[in-house]
Design a protein around this ligand. Structure first.
Ligand code: SF4
Length: 492
């Protein structure tokens, strides 16, 4: 099988998207539309659970939202005026159907379904403890520990049990839960993964990104605040703050790559931030050239920002085919030598004889950059200068993003000069970490005001660049002690 995503396979991948809708006709159909807009956050599996006042209904399947939720009989079977949904890659747990969310359990307090974006960084430790106390797990997903913690909590009400459960959990979680009483949406105390709230008539919506509100014509109300827990029920909308205040550390990579450019993340337009990163790059590492060329599609806004700041013309020097599926069965061994370029191709008539600035969002393994530079040279470019709209990715993510282990990250293995040599460019430069924060409207990483007494904590999680992980990494540290993992170089 030939993968036809040569540029996407060498990216960090967001692992999940969540959606919830409370109090609307055919809630499952609305959830399916919302999930469709979040498909870029997870393409391996999708699921929806609804509640119709009498019982819960669930459909979970491997594959895309379209194809699984475009059939009338499936939507009709998901009866009710409330529903939650999930799209996923596998962060933890194998990609078996039993791990596809929403997960559901009948608890002493009634039915409970949960959809989770993020990763619980002490899930293995909690699982061992729960197993020792008699819990029997149905999946290998980290999310299931939340259900068992709720089930075994000593508190009486479901809400108190849920809050008690979350107080045992470390890491990143944006959760949307469906119960017989109402819907609960919650973001971890640092707000690492995004979650927004919207309104559609009388209905309340929760989603990982605002694009899921746009697609159903809902109005964006606000982001769920880090550490906030919102309950929507017949009593209305209640906001709770069950955790000790902490300086929020939302994922900065949402702005670089994960979120769709038409989304608003924590109040900032992703498209505007990406253009500002490109302008920072142009100021920090300008070079004489004839054209600014984006690596499509994710490099486009930053390349526009670079071109506008530098005055160098923006051109589409790489053309992407939009008619290629995720994978393609290679039509026989005899074409293996052709170096098939189904997804992206050089716009040779434009590139020939030109000095290019190629703009991409990140370098992960580096295999993609190497291929693109080679493609540009074969198309007749006289110079190829690579500019990257994020700092070097040197560390793995433990918060719900699929990163290769550190040894596979090009920037963890070599410095920028060696990386340049590896990819075969004339020059290579990354935006600085301060430049990235400036693009978000801040003076720099460590130069903002005092919040919660933590003067030096940056305003975002940027651990994949800095190694400064904002939470404990209990499972990683446990594995490290057993000699199973290479150590993390923590940020000094
Ligand atoms: Fe985002 Fe990187 Fe932090 Fe993971 S480590 S949450 S990708 S900034």
């Amino acid at each position: 099988m030939l993968t036809t995503h040569p540029f996407q396979d060498d990216k960090l991948r967001e692992e999940c998207g969540v959606f919830g809708v409370w109090d609307i006709e055919t809630a499952a159909a609305v959830a399916a539309l919302g999930l469709h807009a979040l498909q870029h956050r997870g393409q391996e599996a999708a699921g929806i659970t609804s509640f119709d006042g009498a019982g819960f209904h669930s459909h979970r399947a491997m594959g895309h939202v379209a194809g699984n939720f475009d059939k009338d009989e499936i939507i009709r079977a998901l009866a009710g005026r409330s529903a939650i949904g999930h799209v996923r890659y596998s962060t933890t747990g194998a990609s078996a159907l039993r791990n596809v969310q929403p997960l559901f359990a009948e608890l002493a307090t009634g039915g409970f379904a949960v959809a989770h974006n993020g990763n619980i960084s002490n899930a293995m430790r909690l699982r061992r403890e729960l197993n020792a106390r008699g819990s029997i797990f149905q999946s290998t997903s980290d999310t299931e520990v939340i259900i068992h913690l709720v089930a075994t909590s000593g508190y009486r009400s479901l809400l108190d049990r849920f809050i008690d459960a979350l107080k045992h959990v470390e890491g990143a979680y944006s959760l949307v839960c469906l119960t017989e009483e109402g819907m609960i949406a919650c973001r971890d105390p640092l707000g690492i993964r995004p979650l927004v709230m919207g309104k559609l008539g009388e209905a309340t919506i929760f989603a990982s990104e605002t694009v899921a509100l746009d697609v159903i014509g809902a109005t964006y109300v606000r982001s769920v605040a880090p550490g906030e827990l919102i309950v929507v029920s017949e009593r209305g909308v209640e906001s709770h703050r069950p955790f000790a205040p902490a300086r929020p550390r939302p994922c900065i990579f949402e702005h670089v790559y994960f979120s769709r450019p038409d989304s608003i993340v924590d109040g900032a337009s992703v498209y505007t931030v990406r253009k500002a990163i490109g302008a920072e790059l142009a100021r920090e590492s300008g070079v004489e050239a004839d054209l600014v060329v984006p690596v499509p599609d994710s490099g486009v806004p930053a390349a526009l920002g670079y071109a506008q700041e530098s005055g160098i013309p923006f051109e589409l020097g790489i053309i992407r085919s939009h008619y290629v599926g995720r994978t393609f069965i290679q039509p026989g061994d005899q074409v293996r030598h052709l170096g098939v370029k189904l997804k992206h191709n050089a716009n040779s008539a434009l590139i020939k004889g030109k000095r290019l600035i190629l703009v991409d969002d990140s370098i992960v393994r580096g295999t993609t950059s190497l291929k693109i530079v080679q493609m540009m040279r074969e198309a007749g470019a006289t110079e190829v200068h690579m500019r990257i709209a994020s700092p070097p990715t040197r560390h793995s993510c433990f918060y719900g993003v699929d990163t290769p282990e550190r040894t596979k990250l090009l920037a963890a293995r070599m410095d920028v000069a060696a990386m340049n040599q590896y990819i075969g460019a004339d020059s290579l430069a990354f935006v600085s970490i301060d430049g990235l924060y400036r693009a978000l409207g801040e003076p720099g990483r460590d130069l903002h005001g005092d919040v919660a007494g933590d003067v030096h904590a940056p305003s975002h999680c940027d651990a994949c660049f800095s190694g400064d992980y904002p939470t404990a990494l209990t499972d990683h540290d446990d594995s490290e002690q057993r000699g199973q993992l290479i150590p993390i170089e923590r940020y000094a």
